[in-house]
Design a protein around this ligand. Structure first.
Ligand code: DSN
Length: 414
């Protein structure tokens, strides 16, 4: 960096320390990733200076001719990636994208059928602590004992509650989703369908997971998880919902779009259209499968019976008598970052739940493969099983630093 070190040494210092943390640690939070330097450049560009309320070709402010090019490129590339009829790239992140969809398609008091948070759903899918839960009537379905979405139960609930919207797509669920079956239930009760593919968008774009976009009414995503773009959101929908969605995003909910961010989204979508991205997405899943096998072999209880995607939810309480918080803290001390997480119908509290959630997108971006996953699973087990043993945690941290040094990240960037 040329200017920041002298202009603002405090912020520069914090960035420098965070860079070292990212470089030296094993990032296993399944919703995190490392963007390319090209994405970073677009994100840090002068596009941040421009106001551009409206949409390409129809803005409220002057001087938007190049901004229009940027936003249209992002839209066109997203359409190509997912086979979408209409795309809105302006949502600032996943939560605003979901809220905009609710405002576009629902009236206050309407019923939405969404997955229970502890079974892998998301806060913005109607958790009682959210404002959306005060406006709309969210009814929650769950997974069955085998870890599958119980489609018979979902159908019964849909018949009973007559939802206006059926919502799928999760942030801690590790299995594939049968979109045509859910669309059939929605058709039977006259409900609209929405999928939140934030976690798995990159896997879907690469053809490694089922794609709801050609089937469902609306699909939301973030752009910064497996899709490996900048922090942001996006809505894809059938043409018949395009006007309502666009109006809900702006002027209904947001103001001026963040065009530097939209440019970075366009760059990331361009990267995801390349053949290398397919190889990357395949490897994310292969790596997750190795972690699954290694944890199963060590006697851990895997929620939902394992994984079809990039993440695992593991019940460390039942498996090893360690809470999710204890496991997260101990692993943090050893240089391995993941998050504590509720397991289905968790008897413990969200702040100290029974599980941990971890995944492979960021490690795979660094170039790590099956052999590294085996080693890492062994380290994780040692730390969890000896979570109060400072010596073991220190030893593993040293080994983590040796390993990460072999997979360089953002070298010379600062
Ligand atoms: N915070 C994101 C995650 O970790 O899944 C979703 O909101």
């Amino acid at each position: 960096m040329k200017f920041l070190p002298t202009a603002d040494p405090d912020i520069y210092g914090a960035i420098k320390k965070e860079l070292a943390r990212q470089q030296q640690g094993l990032e296993m939070i399944p919703s995190e990733n490392f963007v390319s330097l090209a994405v970073l450049e677009a994100l840090g560009s002068i596009l941040t200076n421009k106001y551009s309320e409206g949409y390409p070709g129809n803005r409220y402010y002057g001087g938007c001719q190049y901004i229009d090019d940027v936003e249209q490129l992002a839209i066109d590339r997203a359409k190509q990636l997912f086979g979408a009829e209409h795309v809105n790239v302006q949502p600032l992140s996943g939560a605003p994208a979901n809220i905009a969809v609710y405002f576009a398609l629902l009236q206050p008091g309407d019923t939405v059928l969404g997955m229970d948070l502890s079974h892998g759903g998301h806060l913005t899918h109607g958790h009682p602590v959210t404002y959306m839960a005060k406006i709309f009537n969210f009814v929650r379905y769950k997974t069955n004992a085998q870890g599958n979405i119980d489609l018979d139960n979902l159908r019964q609930m849909a018949l009973e509650h007559q939802p206006k919207l059926i919502l799928v797509g999760y942030s801690a669920y590790s299995r594939e989703i049968d979109y045509p079956a859910i669309q059939k239930i929605a058709d039977e009760v006259g409900a609209l369908t929405m999928a939140d593919i934030a976690h798995i968008a990159g896997l879907i774009a690469a053809g490694e997971m089922n794609n709801p976009v050609p089937i469902f009414d609306v699909v939301t995503t973030t752009t910064h998880k497996t899709l490996r773009g900048p922090r942001g959101g996006m809505i894809m929908c059938k043409q018949k919902h395009a006007k309502a969605i666009d109006k809900a995003v702006f002027p209904g909910f947001q103001g001026g779009p963040h065009e530097h961010n939209i440019a970075a989204k366009a760059v990331a979508f361009g990267e995801a259209l390349k053949p290398e991205f397919k190889t990357y997405a395949k490897q994310i899943k292969l790596n997750a499968k190795v972690l699954e096998a290694e944890f199963r072999a060590r006697g851990y209880h895997l929620c939902f019976g394992g994984t079809d995607n990039h993440l695992l939810l593991v019940d460390v309480m039942t498996s090893k008598g360690v809470t999710g918080k204890q496991a997260q803290n101990a692993l943090d001390e050893a240089g391995i970052t993941l998050n504590k997480n509720m397991i289905p119908d968790d008897p413990r509290s969200p702040m100290d739940p029974s599980g941990i959630r971890f995944g492979t997108p960021a490690l795979t971006t660094r170039g790590m493969k099956e052999a590294e996953m085996k080693t890492i699973a062994g380290w994780m087990d040692s730390v969890i099983s000896n979570h109060e043993n400072a010596e073991i945690k220190a030893q593993i941290k040293t080994q983590v630093m040796t390993l990460t040094a072999k997979f360089p990240l953002y070298q010379d960037w600062l």
